[in-house]
Design a protein around this ligand. Sequence first.
Ligand SMILES: Cc1ncc(COP(=O)(O)O)c(C=O)c1O
Length: 394
Amino acid sequence: MTRDLLSRKAAQFTESVIREMTRLANLHGAVNLAQGMPDFPAPQEIKEIACRAIMSDVNQYAVTWGAPRFRNAIAEKTGRHLGLDIDPEREITVTCGSTEAMIASLLAVIDPGDEVIVFEPFYENYGPDAILSGAIPRYVTLQPPDWSFDPDRLAAAFNERTRAIIINTPNNPTGKVFSREELQRIAELCIRWDVIAVTDEIYEHILYDGSSHCAMATLDGMRDRTITINGLSKTYSVTGWRVGYAIASAALTAGIRKVHDFLTVGAAAPLQEAGAAALGLPDSYYRELASAYQQRRDTLLDGLQRAGLRCSVPRGAYYIMADISAVTALDDLEFTGHLVRDVGVAVVPGSSFFHRASDGSRYIRFCFCKRESTLLEAARRLQGILQPDPSQPR
Ligand SMILES: Cc1ncc(COP(=O)(O)O)c(C=O)c1O
């Protein structure tokens, strides 16, 4: 009798396409506008604190659910920015990136067969997260050009088996920023069906054109049924540090902490020290972050539009979804293959963000968390991208 080598869970999803595009970018010497990681330096002051922490021997396990100084800083900053009163002793779990915060949270609240609502297009990780936690995903479509959802479709996705809904605002890949009214509509359904909202808010400070971030946990009746996920990666340009956190009621946090403990024990201790300093940066830091990103967004948008791509203008986060219909008859996979190999620009095929690949076949995603010079070079390479003849060997 032969057994399958891999579990049914592991066999159900593929390697990350986004991370694979980074490998291809390196192979072909392409400009990497695929994976959302900055190519500019992280803030000097927090790098120095990280170095000092290592040199002063903050090198052993921190408290499993997070170093006290870091948890206090999270509570203080969340209070300052969102007006939420968080108990750092009982309501915060520090994790290895928000990636771990999401899977630990789902594992803590999902039983096999529970349903989880996911807006689509979605950040690639949520699909495997649902599978790993045993959840059955139910998708609700965000419709271009403004990526709004149909309230009736959303309402129809809720039922007595629904355990959680995943919301990502500001949103990757669409750049949508959920409005207070939209979140209120979701909140009403969560309360009606006794559902937990798991909100990935890691782009909360990356906002454009005067848009503002509304945190689900601040809405009436949602404080104790929301798990707010966040991290250092995007706000402080340190994606490689792998430090994130989940904020939730004490009852939910007790479960998240148990799962987190046995998944990873804890996040890097010296980097939590630096994280405490990062969260204490003045408001001007966040204003400058958003305005630098708005400049980068405008540079890339201009380059993409000049190349003939139809783009959604993001209101937050640092990605642009582009419709390729006007420039090629190839599908997203063929076209991204052509771009990375022949044009020298790595992007992510739209199908990575949809559960039915065909729904994403007219889209590609660019990220713009890059130096101005990187974006201009990508734009230069993209000018005049013509449809290659698919019958020619490549
Ligand atoms: C929506 C979203 N959530 C989570 C992550 C991963 O964040 P972290 O580095 O904190 O694990 C990303 C990274 O691109 C993301 O776009």
